[in-house]
Ligand binder design. Structure first.
Ligand code: TXE
Length: 499
């Protein structure tokens, strides 16, 4: 095919400082997709084409899943002891550390985020790998007391082939959130990165190979959701899918899993997280953290705090300081040290966010600052704050996934809790107050899987992360994620002489 790249082609990125192999990574090799199709990968900074990557479809998914199953049975799963799996994960962490600059550059280019933020993502991935490397030989079952005539115990066994469907906002970190516990517990994995940001997963594949994992235990098939993603959720040999993405696709994943082999599903579907700010909170300090929650990654974060509830005593002051802070956020080139905010990931995302701005205006909300696209060729959007909103407005109810916050005034703690819980979502929440008992009382009353007290979002590998309500279910990170990738087998041994 004229002009078609092949899997041997390693594309040079960022002035030649980074290379990425653009084939599919299946059974320990970079290969061309069966139908030899490709997709442009574009820079959100200016819309230019960075490179092309392979586009896998159902045929490639089938090859990858079968390779993963063969590897699981022959050289992984119960065949490789936990401490060996742990050693490989430690080695992979070391390689990520060695290649941290390259990985961060790739992520910054592909997602458009500031290089410093991409470097934090890489560090989070390294920490997560080390955390699960430590777990690899410690995920034991239990011995269970029953009667004198019986010895019973459980084994925590891997599921087999699991799959991770990855979104575009934190591609490397979320790939590791899924791959690290899956591999630590002895599963083989097929990852499907988002078609919008496929590059860091391909670099990760190179490092997995270098670390010495057996061929086939880790596979990456880049491709579209409707074809490659759908093929994963339909595949009868995939035992589990861990999905991060939109609610609409999450429902589809669950439905397909139910209609096929009843594969296990964990879902992380974003949210509309509340930030509750009480009169006794320090306004300047709180605004810094609110900016770190609402506008971080240009608001493209599943746990972004986007409904900002402020008690009446500090409401006016808060709004002023918040607007000043939003206006002072420096947007620009990902590789400039002063850049605090990048563009949105794609034209599609920019249009989606602008659609919400329009809807907010039409429904009568007041724009305090922002409300439009920023100058230039990239998909930059000015940080936007809405006030005077009503609970039933679209901008209050739906996830916008851009740098947009709505500010709501409240009088009492009860009123704030009721407003915070008035949502179909339940991923995260934030409470700002100097009163510790109130902080804990309020965090207990909030229907969400995470609550940050006097803090912007700050995740740790040791602490579980996941949603309540329609934000999905199943935890990533922490000890809890081990359960998501294992199945407990109960073994009963008859100790009596009589059979
Ligand atoms: O997500 P999709 P999109 C939310 C956010 C955003 C909206 C749309 O509100 O504005 O979703 O983003 C794959 N079977 N979040 O359209 O389509 C797809 O290829 C299997 C929140 O990009 O859900 C990609 O790999 N897979 C979220 C992944 O699903 C399918 C992060 C996510 O894409 C598929 C991202 C299918 N039928 C968006 N269709 C969060 N929770 O953080 C698509 N995919």
């Amino acid at each position: 095919m004229p002009g078609m790249f092949t899997h041997e082609f390693a594309t040079e990125l960022y002035k030649g400082t980074a290379t990425v192999n653009t084939g599919l990574f299946i059974n320990g090799q970079f290969v061309d997709p069966v139908d030899r199709e490709s997709i442009d990968v574009c820079s959100p900074q200016d819309g230019s084409v960075i490179t092309k990557v392979s586009i896998g479809n159902a045929k490639d998914i089938d090859i990858a899943v079968k390779a993963a199953l063969a590897a699981f049975k022959s050289s992984w799963g119960l065949k490789t002891p936990g401490y060996e799996r742990g050693k490989l994960l430690y080695k992979l962490a070391e390689l990520l550390e060695k290649n941290a600059g390259t990985l961060a550059a790739i992520e910054a280019l592909d997602v458009g985020k500031p290089f410093v933020h991409a470097s934090q993502d890489v560090q989070e991935a390294i920490d997560t790998l080390r955390y699960y490397a430590g777990w690899a030989d410690k995920n034991h079952g239990q011995t269970i007391e029953t009667t004198e005539a019986k010895f019973a115990y459980t084994r925590h066994e891997p599921i087999g082939v699991v799959a991770g469907i990855i979104p575009w906002n934190f591609p490397l970190t979320i790939s590791i959130w899924k791959a690290a516990p899956a591999l630590a517990t002895g599963n083989a994995i097929v990852l499907k990165p988002s078609e919008v940001t496929p590059l860091s997963a391909l670099k990760l594949a190179e490092l997995v190979k270098e670390a010495g994992f057996p061929d086939g235990v880790f596979n990456v098939v880049t491709g579209y959701g409707a074809t490659a993603g759908q093929a994963i959720t339909e595949h009868p040999l995939v035992g589990k899918v861990s999905f991060t993405g939109s609610t609409i696709v999450g429902r589809k994943v669950m439905e397909t899993a139910a209609k096929t082999n009843l594969k296990r599903v964990t879902l992380e579907l974003g949210g509309k997280s509340p930030i509750l700010i009480f009169d006794d909170a320090d306004v300047e300090q709180t605004v810094k953290r609110v900016c770190g929650s609402t506008f971080y990654n240009s608001g493209q974060g599943c746990a972004a705090g986007t409904r900002i509830l402020v008690q009446e005593g500090i409401y006016d002051k808060f709004l002023q300081v918040f607007a000043d802070a939003a206006e002072s956020l420096k947007q620009g080139d990902s590789f400039k040290a002063t850049t605090q905010q990048g563009p949105l990931v794609s034209k599609t995302q920019l249009d989606r966010v602008l659609g919400y701005i329009e809807s907010g205006k039409q429904e009568g909300a007041r724009i305090v600052t922002g409300g439009s696209r920023a100058e230039g060729a990239g998909y930059f959007m000015r940080p936007t704050i809405f006030a005077d909103v009503k609970p039933d407005m679209k901008i209050v109810r739906e996830e916008i996934f851009g740098p947009v916050g709505v500010v709501i005034k409240f009088k009492t703690e009860e009123e704030a809790i009721e407003a915070a819980n008035d949502t179909d979502y339940g991923l995260s929440s934030y409470v700002f107050t100097e009163n510790l008992s109130r902080a804990i009382r309020v965090s207990n009353a909030i229907e969400a899987g995470n609550c940050f007290i006097n803090q912007a979002i700050l995740l740790c590998a040791q602490v579980p992360f996941g949603g309540y309500k329609q934000s999905g279910y199943g935890k990533e990170m922490g000890e809890y994620a081990l359960e998501a990738y294992t199945q407990a087998k109960a073994v009963h041994v008859n100790l009596s002489l009589k059979l």
